[in-house]
Design a protein around this ligand. Structure first.
Ligand SMILES: Cc1ncc(COP(=O)(O)O)c(C=O)c1O
Length: 380
């Protein structure tokens, strides 16, 4: 059997990883500033992470959600304390799309409505509910199509109020920072207006922190820069540092009933052990502060590079908009300089999503090589 061919791949096979570095089968070392798409939060093969997973694997790896799994509560307590949402409840999933799917269901169970407001440029995943609130018609199949989603222009508070005032809107969903869309952060004013209007019209405010959350921006969740609380927050990517796990943080105003939500794999012993290890390291190594400080320094330095048109983002979620399309530059960064970076929907924007413990040395190295690479590509 062949693999279903849906990914455009680099011709590289990685066999080893440590911290912010990965090695291919020929022994070539690469600097990983992409983190496997914002997934590597505490660095590859962190010793505490490896130890915790191994320890759990030697005891019990999986059992379904029909028995007591105390490591789930350990995870929920640690996540509540570190994220500033101690009074919220946690529902565990396996991915970002599944987290958003369950967030939408909860919102709709709560106010019995069907319509959702999402933002232009949004990406929320590829499953039924998540894909229709994603602003990319190419990945919406005919079976997914619905009239229940309204895309408003990014940051448009007037459009938001116009639609919310109908009283028909179930939920407003926004990414803490739009990632796939090209690294755009909603303004403080937008989040605050959304909070106030959602309260007024009994609409549920959902923050999709699948990519921007888990300490990446210098706060646990990016929407916390606006000083508001969302009703539901969704997570995944950095939560398991590569072990598949997602979560839905749920305000106390939502009441649970048996069978309302469910999953076979979500919350299994091994995934929870991985996620607990991630939070241990984020706390012990002060990674929230590191992401904030290193990110601020990086953004400042990137702005000094001549062929860079604009630098967007916060902390270690950075979009570098070039004067030229970034495809050739990213390929050259991999091939000639052994550096992985990410792309986005904007053809000129490179996305930087490194591990949260990346250091200034790696960043200075990247900036020098980017400058060199841009000079070469510019004159091509
Ligand atoms: C903001 C956001 N939400 C949801 C998702 C979907 O996550 P997953 O691929 O784990 O389903 C992604 C993935 O890139 C994302 O960036």
């Amino acid at each position: 059997m062949k693999l279903f061919n849906v990914y455009e791949l680099f011709d590289i096979e990685l066999v080893k990883a440590q911290g912010s570095y990965v090695w291919d089968k020929n022994g070539t070392r690469y600097l990983d500033l992409y983190g496997g798409h914002a997934v590597i939060s505490i660095g590859h093969t962190h010793p505490h992470y490896v130890e915790k997973i191994n320890e759990q694997l030697g005891k019990i790896a999986f059992y379904s959600n029909s028995i007591q799994i105390p490591v789930q509560q350990e995870l929920a307590s640690k996540l509540g304390a570190l994220s500033g949402y101690p009074d919220y409840a946690l529902f565990l999933t396996n991915s970002g799309a599944e987290s958003n799917e369950n967030a939408l269901k909860l919102a709709s169970f709560y106010n019995k409505r069907k319509k959702v407001i999402a933002l232009k440029g949004a990406f929320h995943g590829r499953t039924e509910g998540a894909v229709v609130i994603t602003d990319n018609p190419k990945i919406v199949a005919p079976i997914n199509e619905t009239e229940n989603v309204i895309f408003i222009p990014f940051d448009d508070e007037i459009a938001l109020e116009k639609h919310l005032s109908t009283g028909e809107i179930c939920a407003v969903i926004a990414e803490g920072i739009q990632g796939v869309g090209g690294v755009f952060m909603p303004s403080v004013s937008f989040w605050q207006t959304a909070r106030q209007l959602c309260d007024k019209y009994d609409t549920v405010l959902i923050a999709d922190e699948v990519q921007s959350g888990y300490s990446r921006t210098g706060k646990f969740f990016a929407h916390q820069w606006a000083g508001i609380q969302a009703d539901i927050i969704t997570t995944a990517k950095g939560m398991g540092n590569g072990f598949p796990i997602g979560g839905v943080l749920i305000s106390p105003k939502f009441k649970s009933t048996y069978g309302m939500l469910g999953t076979t794999f979500g919350g299994n012993h091994l995934a929870c052990a991985a996620a607990v290890a991630v939070l241990d390291v984020i706390e012990k190594e002060n990674l929230i502060a590191n992401a904030g400080e290193v990110g601020e320094y990086w953004i400042k330095e990137l702005r000094k590079i001549g062929a860079v048109r604009e630098v967007r983002g916060k902390g270690l979620m950075i979009g570098v908009a070039l004067e030229i399309p970034c495809k050739g530059v990213r390929n050259s960064l991999v091939k000639d300089y052994q550096i992985f970076t990410g792309s986005s929907a904007d053809p000129n924007t490179i996305r930087l999503l490194p591990a949260l413990n990346v250091g200034k040395a790696e960043i200075d190295f990247f900036n020098t090589k980017l400058d060199e690479c841009l000079e070469k590509e510019w004159n091509r």
